[in-house]
Design a binder for this molecule. Structure first.
Ligand code: BGC
Length: 251
C-alpha cells in the first residue's frame, strides 16, 4: 500500500509517501516548521500545504503525534499547544484534510518502523526505543508487540529533573552542551530506564542517533544500545505502517 506518512514533532513536521510493503519512501521527504503556537488550527493549515506538496488527496494518512493518543484523542501536550489535551486529533485532521487520518504517538510509530523493517527486525525479547528530539519519546516492544503510550521521557530522575528536561536534544542544543557533558546525562536516563524495565535491546532514534559514536563510550547499560536504521525518518515510515495496520483491522 502507498500511504502518506506524517511525523508531527515539536519543531518540525516531516512527511513522505511510504510503500508499506518495503518501508521505503516513494516521494522526497518534506520538512515544514511546526507552527508556533502549535494549535490544532495552525497544524491543520500546515497539513493542507503538505498534502499539496505530495499531491495527496482523499487517500488515508498515517500520523505520528507527540502526545499519548487513545483512539485518536490526544491526552497529553508537553511540546505542543495545551489545547490538544483531550482533543479529537484524528477526527479534526481528517475533517481538515478530507482524508482519513490515523494518529498514534510519534515514538510508538517510529518504533513500529524499526521493529518491522529496521534495527529491531526479527528481535525476540524486550526492545526499548528512545527517540531523542525536542522531547524524549519512548516505545516498548515485547517479542514485536507494542505496549502503546509509554511516556517515559517524563520520568523523574533521582537528581530531581524530569528526564526530557535534562537529557533531550533540545536541552543539549539550548545549553550548548558538549558530548562529554550531555553523554553522562543521557546515560543517567538510560541506566534509570534499564533499572526499571530491563530491556534486551535499546534503539535510539531521532537525528542525534547519527552521532551515536560520539557518546556511545559514555553509555554504561548492560543492554546493547544501537542507532535506529531509519534515523529520523522512522516516524514517517512508522506512521504509514500504523495507518495500514488500522485499515487492515477495520477492513
Ligand atoms: C511527549 C511524548 C512524545 C515525546 C517525543 C514527549 O514530550 O510527551 O508523547 O512521544 O515527547 O516527541
Amino acid at each position: 500500500m502507498h500511504i502518506l506518512g506524517i511525523d508531527v514533532g515539536g519543531t518540525g513536521i516531516k512527511a513522505a509517501v511510504v510503500d508499506t510493503t518495503t518501508g521505503k519512501l516513494l516521494t522526497e521527504r518534506t520538512r515544514t516548521a511546526t507552527p508556533q503556537p502549535a494549535t490544532p488550527k495552525a497544524i491543520g493549515k500546515a497539513l493542507k500545504t503538505i498534502l499539496e506538496q505530495h499531491q495527496w488527496s482523499k487517500e488515508p494518512i498515517g500520523m505520528g503525534f507527540p502526545a499519548a493518543i487513545q483512539k485518536g484523542i490526544a491526552r497529553t501536550a508537553a511540546n505542543i499547544d495545551p489545547s490538544f489535551i483531550d482533543y479529537p486529533v484524528a477526527e479534526y485532521f481528517s475533517k481538515q484534510t478530507g482524508c482519513t487520518v490515523h494518529v498514534a504517538n510519534d515514538a510508538d510509530v517510529a518504533g513500529l518502523a524499526e521493529i518491522r523493517f529496521g534495527a529491531g527486525k526479527g528481535f525476540t525479547g524486550v526492545v526499548l526505543i528512545v527517540t531523542i528530539g525536542t522531547g524524549l519519546g519512548t516505545a516498548l516492544f515485547s517479542n514485536g508487540h507494542l505496549l502503546p503510550n509509554t511516556e517515559l521521557g517524563h520520568v523523574m530522575l533521582d537528581n530531581g529533573f524530569e528526564a526530557e528536561r535534562y537529557a533531550s536534544e533540545s536541552v543539549r542544543v539550548l545549553n550548548n552542551l558538549k558530548w562529554g557533558e550531555w553523554g553522562p546525562r543521557f546515560n543517567h536516563y538510560l541506566t534509570t530506564m534499564e533499572s526499571l524495565l530491563w530491556p534486551d535491546l535499546i534503539v535510539l532514534g531521532g537525528g542525534i542517533s547519527r552521532e551515536l559514536h560520539k557518546f556511545a563510550p559514555l553509555i554504561t547499560t548492560k543492554a546493547p544500545v544501537i542507532a535506529a536504521d531509519f534515523l529520523n525518518q522512522a516516524g514517517i515510515v512508522g506512521a504509514a505502517l500504523f495507518a495500514e495496520e488500522q485499515l487492515r483491522l477495520t477492513a
